[in-house]
Design a protein around this ligand. Structure first.
Ligand SMILES: [Zn+2]
Length: 287
């Protein structure tokens, strides 16, 4: 099954096998930053941290509301090695896709307003005509609802011929959302293991796509890329290569960060830690 399978709920099952990076040439790049920590509060629920924010669709001009994380309320507590942010009480990543319930235009919040007339036309023809709204009605988004929104955003990005970095960034964030889904699966479920395995498989596939997309973007685009500077992107790519067992490619990016004049101390520290992991893994493989 393709990454874009699962859009039947939006009436867009025909996009299931679209080629995400068909028009791009691969090179490399990753994603993500973290924020300052704030004091912890007690008795907070996910619903307390979101609100309905009003938007005007740049594609069809309708006004609509979308669940949005309250700025400054979600507290960042940790990040995975690949910089995936983790917050108290909420997985903020679930709320990063804005979707117009009228025409089916969807994008990451960072890119939502940037739509040319030509792109709007492509979306009207290739998305809106078949689109059926299946907007979630609950107070919060479930993981499956969030995943569906990301897939719609990815389908939109392909249709509007977005840059490789935007498509790669969607793949990356979707991979993180799916990782979150796996972490939050109920172990009591009768099909817990098979669901977890499916999450891991899909995450892996998406991270490969993100890597391909950022590599393509690296050849043709400039920094900052999706809000990330060069060393951040290189670091994330290095983590993906490491994860996929491509230690040489990973080490090459790591040494680039360590000798860079522009990389900050935090990124150099992370690169140094990754270098230690690479060395240990290579030793482990040889022994
Ligand atoms: Zn719209």
């Amino acid at each position: 099954m393709g990454i874009l399978s699962g859009l039947e709920g939006f009436g867009l099952g025909g996009l299931a096998n679209a080629d995400i990076f068909g028009e791009d040439k691969p090179e490399q790049k990753p994603v993500k930053e973290k924020k300052e920590e704030e004091p912890k509060s007690q008795g907070v629920s996910e619903a307390d941290l979101i609100f309905s924010k009003g938007f005007t669709c740049p594609c069809c001009d309708h006004e609509f509301k979308s669940k949005t994380v309250k700025i400054g309320k979600a507290r960042l507590v940790d990040a995975d090695m690949d910089l995936r942010p983790k917050y108290d009480y909420i997985d903020s990543l679930k709320y990063d896709v804005i979707m117009c319930p009228y025409c089916g235009y969807a994008a990451l919040s960072r890119f939502f307003s940037n739509l040319t007339q030509a792109q709007a036309k492509l979306i009207k023809v290739n998305i809106s005509q078949a689109f059926q709204n299946s907007e979630a009605v609950g107070e919060i988004y479930t993981y499956d609802e969030a995943i569906e929104r990301y897939k719609l955003a990815l389908a939109n990005a392909v249709v509007k011929r977005a840059r490789a970095s935007e498509k790669a960034y969607i793949c990356l964030k979707l991979a993180w959302v799916i990782r979150g889904k796996g972490e939050n699966l109920d172990p009591e479920l009768s099909d817990y293991q098979s669901q977890l395995d499916a999450c891991k498989k899909e995450e892996e596939e998406l991270l490969h796509s993100a890597l391909d997309g950022f590599i393509a973007a690296r050849q043709t685009e400039t920094y900052p890329m999706c809000g990330m500077d060069e060393s951040t992107v290189d670091y994330m790519l290095a983590v993906f290569y490491y994860r996929f067992g491509q230690y040489e490619a990973s080490a090459k990016l790591v040494s680039g960060i360590l000798t860079s004049n522009t990389a900050n101390k935090r990124m150099k520290d992370k690169a140094r830690n990754l270098k230690d992991e690479i060395v240990a893994s290579i030793k482990g493989r040889k022994s």
